[in-house]
Design a protein around this ligand. Structure first.
Ligand SMILES: *Cc1c(COP(=O)(O)O)cnc(C)c1O
Length: 354
C-alpha cells in the first residue's frame, strides 16, 4: 500500500507522561483512507490531525454506520515499540463491518496502516510504567443521502493518543451494578460488533449505575435477562470453586482480544475455563455460599479490572473482601509483562513496529 505523507508545520508539545489520563491528548498525525463503490480503497495518507468536514446529510450522522477498534502500542525497556495481536483487531473489524454492510479493510492493509502511523508517531509512545499509545482505528459512511441503505462511500481513519494506567489509583476493585431492565444486545443483533450504536444504547445504563455509586454495568442477556454477558467495555470472568466461567461468544458478547488471551493463559496454567452461560442467580448464590473467589473484567484499556462488589436488585455481594485476587493479579502481571516486553512472549503475540 502506498501511503502519502503530509507534514505538520509545527509539532505539538507532548503532555507530561505522569498525568496522561485516557484519551485526552491526540498526537500530531492521523491515517486516512477513502473507499468508494467504484474505486475501492484509495488515497491512503498520513496527514496532520485536524477536524474533518461532513455534509449534514452524511448518513453516519443519521443511521450510525460506524465501527471502531481499540488497541495499543507498547514501549519496551530496550526502547522497542510493539503491538499486541493486531491481526485480531483487523479480523474483528472485518466481522463488525460485515454485520453493518460496510466494506472490509483487508487485514494486511489494516495492520500496515496502524504500523505506519505508529512509526511516524514513535516519539509519542510513552515510556513511563504502565503507559502506552492507545490506537483508535475507525470507519464510517461519508455519503450524503437520507435514505437508509448501504452507503457508496466510506472513510477509514486511525488516530492515537498516549494514555496512562487506566485507573490512576492503581488496579483497585470496582463496584458493578447488574442491570436488570435495560439490555445491550440480543441474538441476531450487533452485540458482537464494535460499533458506535452499541455504546449509544448503553449510556443510560451507565448513568443509572453511576447515580447509584457503581462504576460499571454488568449486562444480562437480552432475551431472558438471566444470563451474565459482559461489562460496559470489558468482558468478564468469574472464578467459582477453582474454575473459570465467562460468557460464550454466540453473537451478543464482544469477542475481546484480552478475553481470548486470558483464556489461553489460564488453560496453559491448567485452569478449567468454561465458556458457558452462567445465570445471575447461580452467580449471586455462589457469592453468598463463599464459592465466588474472584471476578475480573478484561479489555485493552484497563487490561484487567478486579470486581469487589456486585449488586443485583437488592442483593449485594462482596468479592474477596474487596481486594484484588491472587489469580487476577497474576494474570495482570503476565499479560502486561508480555505486552511491555518484560516477559518472554511464548505465545508469539507481540508484533514489533520498530
Ligand atoms: C472492546 C470491548 C471489549 C474488550 O475487547 P478487547 O479486545 O479485549 O479490548 C469488551 N466488550 C466490549 C463491549 C467492547 O467494546
Amino acid at each position: 500500500m502506498e501511503i502519502r505523507m503530509e507534514k505538520c508545520k509545527e509539532l505539538k508539545q507532548k503532555p507530561d507522561q505522569k498525568h496522561l489520563g485516557f484519551g485526552k491528548y491526540m498526537t500530531d498525525y492521523m491515517f486516512v483512507m477513502d473507499w468508494t463503490k467504484d474505486e475501492g480503497w484509495k488515497d491512503a495518507r498520513i496527514v496532520p490531525y485536524a477536524p474533518i468536514t461532513l455534509e449534514p446529510a452524511c448518513v453516519t450522522l443519521h443511521y450510525a454506520q460506524e465501527t471502531f477498534e481499540g488497541m495499543k502500542a507498547y514501549r519496551t525497556a530496550e526502547g522497542k515499540i510493539q503491538l499486541f495481536r493486531p491481526e485480531m483487531n483487523a479480523k474483528r473489524m472485518i466481522n463488525s463491518n460485515a454485520r453493518l454492510c460496510m466494506p472490509e479493510v483487508p487485514e494486511d492493509m489494516f495492520v500496515e496502516a496502524v504500523k505506519a502511523l505508529v512509526k511516524v508517531e514513535e516519539d509519542w509512545v510513552p515510556s513511563e510504567p504502565e503507559t502506552s499509545l492507545y490506537i483508535r482505528p475507525f470507519m464510517f459512511a461519508t455519503e450524503s443521502a437520507l435514505g437508509v441503505h448501504m452507503a457508496t462511500a466510506y472513510k477509514f481513519m486511525v488516530i492515537c493518543c498516549p494514555v496512562g494506567a487506566y485507573y490512576a489509583e492503581g488496579i483497585n476493585p470496582v463496584k458493578i451494578l447488574v442491570e436488570d431492565e435495560l439490555v445491550r444486545a440480543v441474538k441476531g443483533g450487533t452485540g458482537f460488533t464494535k460499533c458506535g450504536g452499541n455504546y449509544a444504547g448503553s449510556i443510560l445504563g451507565q448513568v443509572k449505575a453511576e447515580k447509584m455509586g457503581y462504576s460499571q454495568v454488568l449486562w444480562l442477556d437480552g432475551e431472558h435477562r438471566k444470563y451474565v454477558e459482559e461489562v460496559g467495555t470489558m468482558n468478564i470472568m468469574f472464578k467459582i470453586d477453582g474454575e473459570i466461567y465467562t460468557a460464550p461468544i454466540e453473537g451478543t458478547v464482544l469477542p475481546g482480544v484480552t478475553r481470548d488471551s486470558m483464556i489461553h493463559i489460564l488453560r496453559d496454567w491448567g485452569y478449567k475455563v468454561n465458556e458457558t452461560r452462567l445465570s445471575i442467580d447461580d452467580l449471586m448464590k455462589a457469592g453468598h455460599d463463599g464459592k465466588l473467589e474472584e471476578v475480573f473484567g478484561t479489555g485493552t484499556a484497563a487490561v484487567i479490572s478486579p470486581v469487589g462488589e456486585l449488586r443485583y436488585k437488592d442483593d449485594v455481594i462482596t468479592i474477596n473482601d474487596f481486594k484484588i485476587g491472587e489469580l487476577t493479579q497474576k494474570l495482570y502481571d503476565t499479560l502486561t509483562g508480555i505486552q511491555w516486553g518484560k516477559l518472554e512472549d511464548k505465545y508469539g503475540w507481540t508484533v514489533e513496529v520498530k
